[in-house]
Design a protein around this ligand. Sequence first.
Ligand code: KIV
Length: 289
Amino acid sequence: MSTTYQLDTATSRAHPTPAPMRRLSIPAIRQRKANGVTAEPVVMLTAYTARQAQLLDVHCDLLLVGDSLGQVIYGLPSSVPVTLDMMAAHGAAVVRGSWHAAVVVDLPFGTYEASPQAAFASASRLLKETGCDAVKLEGGAAMAETVAFLNQRGIPVMGHVGLTPQAVNVLGGYAARGRERAEADKIIADARALDAAGAFAIVVEGVVEPLAIEITRAVSCPTIGIGGSAQCDGQVLVTEDMLGMFERVPRFVKRYAAVSEVIAGAARDYAAEVRTRAFPGPDQTYQPK
Ligand code: KIV
């Protein structure tokens, strides 16, 4: 069962009790773009755990429980093996750790493509078990019917076009898309189809910049760029990339911190103090009265 909306404020890990009605709504995000103009860009970061959500929440409009957790959290080679159980568990944690940003949970590969009905079963499970506000799915025109089906049945959907990591076995890798005009036209048509089907926003990943700008102009809903353009209506990064948790820094990532060095340094100092019996010291031990 979900424990959505209950935040424990009694521990140091907890965030203040949320006011659920103050969470940003999906229509409010959608309405950020009006008549083709987005005055205030949409800020999205990935989150996979409650504590991460607590730290990111106030700064973000959207928290994405991305299936990138397959690689980032589970050490999997791609997002293909990620399961609905994983997404449900992490989605619930992120909802518990947030009160301001709207939470979007990725539908993992294999749980939505076969039919709109299959997508509804998976997406409704995520909404019920996590308390999330919307789901995200990958794919363009082929997914438009599914997006409309979910939307008409109460499930807001974020689309995802361009480089779609779940299709890595078809695409053959993670290189930027849309360098050829024919592929660029297909990606624009994909985005248009999702927009017409009622997607409230569309992630535009790993495309050449002029294409990201074209897509942003072509659709009425906000585009969220990652490896796109500053002219998209919003941006998303994988938080661990942005924090500098990994040695590899893809071109589209900007590091805002060097957290891997902080963690390694703390572990090194802890190990040294354990080995020299400097830890625990008087401040960390209990004495009889
Ligand atoms: O899974 C994910 O984290 C994503 C973002 C990179 C957009 O889909």
